[in-house]
Structure formats: C-alpha cells, structure tokens
Design a protein around this ligand. Sequence first.
Ligand SMILES: Cc1cc2nc3c(=O)[nH]c(=O)nc-3n(C[C@H](O)[C@H](O)[C@H](O)COP(=O)(O)OP(=O)(O)OC[C@H]3O[C@@H](n4cnc5c(N)ncnc54)[C@H](O)[C@@H]3O)c2cc1C
Length: 418
Amino acid sequence: MHYDVAIIGGGPAGSTAATYLAKAGKRVLILEKEHFPRFHIGESLLPYNMPIFEEMGVLPALQAANFMPKKGGRFSLARGDQENAITFAEGTFTEEPIAMQVERSIFDKILLDHARDCGAEVREGWTVESYEISTDNKSEGVTITASSEHEETFHASFLLDASGLVNFTANREKLRQYYPHLQKIALYGHFTGVDFSQREQQKTETHIACFGDSWFWIIPFSEKKVSIGLVLDRSFVKESDLTTEQIFQQALKSSPGISQMMENSARIGPLHVTSDYSYSNDKLVSPRLMRIGDAVGFLDPVFSSGVYLACVSARDASQAVIDALDSGRAMTTSMKNYEKQTRTNLNRYREVIELFYQRSFIEILMQPEGVLSWPCAINAILAGRLDLPWALHWRIKTFLWFARLHHRFGLVKRLDFG
Ligand SMILES: Cc1cc2nc3c(=O)[nH]c(=O)nc-3n(C[C@H](O)[C@H](O)[C@H](O)COP(=O)(O)OP(=O)(O)OC[C@H]3O[C@@H](n4cnc5c(N)ncnc54)[C@H](O)[C@@H]3O)c2cc1C
C-alpha cells in the first residue's frame, strides 16, 4: 500500500490534517502510539477554532458532546483583590463569540474518529520508530518504520510530523531551540467539588490568577470537573527542597482567591508535571516533510493558543501538501509560504506572552479605563483572530509598543503581585 501522506501522531494537529487531506481524496495514514481515549492537557480552546471545526465537519459531534461553553477570560491577582474579565461577545474586532472548554481525552477521540470517518486509515497503538526520505521526484518518497506487536514498514509520498512535544523528526535532525526566558514548569491536575457559587459566570471563563512570578489556570471543562494548574520558573522547582505536591499546596495557601474556591475540592488522579515545553524548531518544512502542531514549536499555555495553532497549522499544511501532490513535486512555494505564515502566527502570541511574564500586559489590562480601545485589541488576540484588519493591526502594535515602554518606565500604576 502506498499512501499519499503518512502522519505521525493523532492529536488535534494529526487528526485535523488527516480530515482535510482525506476530504480532498488523498490516501492518508495516521500512526498514533497511544490508544484513545488518553489523558492530555490543554482544555481551554479559542473561539476562532470554531470555524475550522465547522469546515472539517466535526462541529456537530463536538456539540453533541456537551462541552462547557467558554465565553471569555478572567485575569486576576491570586490573592483575590483585583481582576478584569474579557468577554469575547463584547469585542469590537472579535467576530467569534464563543469557544469550548473540553476534556481532552474525549475531544481528541472525537477528532480522531472523525478523521477515520472521513476516510483516513488510523492505526492506534503504533509507534513510529524511524523514517527515511528520498528527496528526488521519481522515487517512492518516504519510508516509515513503526512498531506495535510487530514491526511494519509504510511508504508515502509525504510525511507530516504531528508528534506534539515529542517533536519526533526535528529532534532527530537536531532542530529544537529552547526559549531561554521561558524555562517554566507546569504542575496540574483535574479537580472536582470546586465552588463557583460566588460567581457563576466564572464557569464559562478561563481564569488566570497571578502571584509573584507564577500563575494559576482554572478551567472548568465540565459541570463537575475543573482543570487547575500552576506555572512557575523551572529553576525555582529545581532548587527547592519541597516536592512538587508541596509546592502546589504552598502556592494555593498564598492564593486566598483560589484556595477559597477549592476548600471542599478533591483531585481526580495524579498531579501531573510538564517542563521544557517552550521551544521552536529551526526548520518547519523540507522536501516531502512538514511539521504541524506542537511539532512546529510550543510557547506557553497562558493564552490557550496551543490547540488552535495546531489546527491552523494542520489546515494550512494540508493545503500545501495537496498542492505538492497535485503538482508531483517534493518541495513547493506553498510549503515555504506555510513556514513563513506559521512563524508569523506563533510570533503574534510570543510577543504578548513575553509581556505577560514582564507583567506589563496585566498592569495595562487592569487599568479602569481602556485607552485607545486596547481591551478590544486584547479581546481579539485572546479569541484567536489572526487576520488583522488595519484598525486592529495598529491597536495591537500601539498596545505592544506602550506595554514595552511601560515595562521600562512605569507609565501606568504598578501592581504588587505578592
Ligand atoms: C501545561 C500545558 C497546558 C496547556 N494548556 C492548553 C490550553 O488550555 N489550551 C490549549 O489550546 N492548549 C494548551 N496546551 C497546548 C496543547 O496541549 C497542545 O498545543 C496541543 O495538544 C497540540 O496538539 P498536537 O496534535 O500538536 O500534539 P498532541 O496533542 O500532543 O498530539 C501528539 C500525538 O502524537 C503521538 N505521538 C508522539 N510520538 C509518536 C510516535 N513516535 N509515533 C506515534 N505517535 C506519536 C502522541 O501519543 C500524541 O497523541 C497546553 C500545553 C501545556 C504543556
């Protein structure tokens, strides 16, 4: 069997790409090492992901799963005395008013099953061990070796790497570069019994609560379950004598705004730990090979952009692969354009993430009066709008410029993060 495209990994990037490719009539194989459903972090989605789900034809299945609606984001100081919320529906430049908060094990399975229903061959429990690419236009293209209970070799014209943080092909080619200023660690788990009675609205928001150099996320993804995570400097955890469990509990104690909500809560399952997740790869495309999703690079969870950027990159890469297959070429201009556009999308979030860690993002957001419609611009970024009309483009640019100046010169009131 010769496939048009083989995909490593059946997460959101892999299954989105497989759906677009199969719908275009291409012969697609996904090799996924796990059996779904499987646990994955990343429950908060962005509104601009919704049109992609609709285009893929998976929206009805997602709606039938009754995920929690996400209507906006809340930023606060974790001690509980200052906050500001953004509601997508109120954003002048935000055309998509609603997103979803999802249990990833269920969500990822719906996407993978949909790819299968669209015609992709999906093999779960298959780990890709190696690959070889011949770059001339005449030979078969890509040879992949994967193992399950036995080893098998697969042939395809193109390879999409959607292996997530495993970063399979780029690691082999030594392309991974870590961001030195984003060396973070995340400690997280799923909780039940979290109390939202003080403010029901928070059930439909992703809440980011900051303290010191650290922050918590609170993501209610079902009526009963909430994802809560703590992000802090990796060096702090490395140098501390405390266990990750003790660090998490201590952080909760110094955050009365959150510990109150969690007074009668219980964790379901272990406290997970993930570090070294912020990186980018030097190259995203080469003849017969494209990287998508987290295998492009990953920045930081703070603006919940991971799944959305994974789906955007998968959609765009599939289009480039379809063009390449139709023209019979191993490398095309569309593939190079994909790399350029994907880096632009990532950089848009990188700039704001850096301002978040400098705290100027929060300090400006907390101002009582929105200057120059910046909250509207922030709203559009948080919703995932990537095509920027001029009126939005200049607002974002002036916001970034002002925030950098504020970081140096203190142009608005500084906040005490504790
Ligand atoms: C702490 C943390 C919090 C986050 N929170 C959010 C959030 O709230 N919202 C959000 O949108 N994003 C969030 N993210 C990011 C999000 O999890 C990812 O961006 C998203 O899952 C990327 O999808 P993907 O398909 O590229 O990779 P994954 O979802 O990781 O899928 C990759 C798949 O490849 C498979 N695989 C790997 N190697 C092989 C191999 N050799 N052979 C076969 N299969 C293989 C894996 O089993 C996996 O199923 C968070 C990330 C972190 C680290």
